[in-house]
Design a protein around this ligand. Structure first.
Ligand code: SF4
Length: 449
């Protein structure tokens, strides 16, 4: 076994875990290939958050098997861990890992049985890695586990998972049946990992988790927390932002109720924490939020947005909204529109409700007709287009810092997460932080340096 490929589906947490898998395989002497065709080992890191995600995962597995008759295929991630039984019979030379915590050891055993190669001391660069990483020396003998990352390949921003698991059981969500155990990475380990990634050349770190605000807690249910006022996540963020050389830190998603004074103070204290918060609203109607079992109401959400807008400099507040939840009336939908307009989201991710097996919402009454959901989704998308434009244009004529993600298109994301592209011929490197003055369109900028 000499080469491997990883096929990743799903969220940032899955993407982080794929990097851990890559690191383990590379430290065992295997070399990553960008195209799975011809790889000796293929790991599919699956997603099953919706039935469409499950079906895409199954397609990826089937395609990998079809095109690589001699490869060993590992099926990992959420699909085999879920109670949905959607994986089905796969066949072929396949190892299915249903228990997430067993993956590292299972992979190590598989490699030991199939490889004569000795572990290398450092990770080898992968074929599709464009950032030139410096690899810090390994300090521990950890090749048999999925460990802290020392580099992140394939993209300029590095994700760092600090928390896993949820027991919130929002009625539309399957995650608590898959990522059942809540755990938080110890502070020392987080700081070590962030420092290593900064050393490897990453300018921006994105903190990810299933429920970031539950960092350090055994449950996401706030009414069960000891010392509920204590903001453990804010304390960690304060320390992360102080890591030497870290130019930018961003949060992936935070529940609205987790944005409290202490966290806002940390945002105000550190210039390298990006003024961007992703706060999933899901619905602007209190009765729908109640049916979803969300832990906030609309007044609290609006108050949070207002405080953020007062304390931070025009923060980008982005969100997720589900349209067409069972029982959503025209009035509920109008309330969602009203809240969206009041907040002025920098970006809304609009999802049409789709029934998910093994969730309470699957069997709820008063389902909406698909045409109604489609129409409401269209209206929200239009509002989002306009909202994004209005938000970006607030910054025209101002200086923006952009980390280049796409060198061909000469573009990347700025502090407030919207895409900015640069005209001209001056070569730009992936992962480079460049500054420019934003044009009136709020999308393009002139390079200043
Ligand atoms: S908080 Fe709700 S939506 Fe988020 S992972 Fe937990 S159950 Fe799912």
């Amino acid at each position: 076994m000499k080469t491997f490929a990883i096929i990743t589906l799903g969220c940032k947490v899955n993407q982080y875990e794929s990097q851990q898998i890559r690191q383990l395989l590379e430290s065992n002497g295997l070399c990553q290939v960008a195209n799975s065709d011809g790889a000796d080992l293929i790991v599919t890191n699956t997603c099953c958050v919706t039935s469409i995600a499950s079906s895409k995962s199954r397609q990826a597995i089937r395609k990998a098997l079809r095109n690589n008759k001699n490869a060993t295929l590992v099926v990992a991630g959420c699909l085999p861990a879920s109670p949905t039984d959607e994986l089905g019979d796969i066949g072929g030379n396949t190892l299915v890992v249903g228990q997430k915590s067993h993956l590292g050891h299972k992979l190590q055993t598989l490699i030991n049985e199939n490889s004569t190669k000795q572990p290398t001391e450092y990770s080898k660069p992968t074929q599709n890695a464009e950032i030139k990483h410096k690899h810090p020396p390994r300090t521990d003998n950890d090749a048999d586990k999925l460990n802290l990352l020392r580099s992140y390949t394939g993209q300029s921003r590095a994700f760092v998972k600090i928390q896993d698991g949820c027991d919130g059981f929002c009625t539309y969500c399957i995650v608590p049946t898959i990522r059942t155990e809540l755990n938080s990475k110890p502070e020392k380990a987080v700081l070590k990992e962030v420092s290593a990634l900064v050393y490897a050349g990453h300018r921006e770190i994105v903190l990810t988790g299933i429920f970031l605000g539950a960092y350090g807690r055994q449950t996401v249910r706030r009414w069960k927390w000891d010392e509920p006022r204590k903001n453990l996540f804010a304390g960690l963020l304060d320390k992360i932002a102080s890591v030497d050389g870290l130019e930018r830190v961003r949060l992936s998603s935070l529940e609205p109720a987790d944005v409290r004074d202490e966290l806002i103070e940390v945002f105000c204290k550190h210039r390298n924490i990006m003024p961007h918060l992703h706060l999933p609203l899901q619905s602007g109607s209190n009765s729908i939020l109640k049916k979803m079992c969300r832990q906030y109401n609309i007044d609290a959400f609006l108050e949070t947005a207002e405080v953020l807008q007062k304390k931070l400099d025009r923060p980008a507040i982005t969100t997720d909204i589900i349209v067409g939840f069972p029982g959503e009336t025209e009035k509920d939908f109008e309330e969602t529109m009203t809240v969206a307009k009041k907040v002025g989201f920098a970006k809304m991710h609009v999802f049409s409700f789709s029934r998910r097996k093994n969730t309470p919402a699957y069997s709820m009454d008063n389902k909406l007709a698909p045409e109604v959901i489609k129409q409401r989704s269209k209206i929200l998308h239009e509002l989002d287009e306009k909202g994004q434009e209005i938000f970006r244009e607030k910054f025209s004529g101002e200086k923006v810092g952009v980390i280049i993600e796409d060198t061909a298109e000469r573009k990347g994301r700025c502090e407030r997460y919207f895409m900015v592209s640069f005209a001209g011929n001056k070569p730009l490197e992936r992962g480079e932080l460049v500054y420019g003055t934003l044009n009136e369109d709020g999308k393009t900028a002139k390079l200043t340096h």
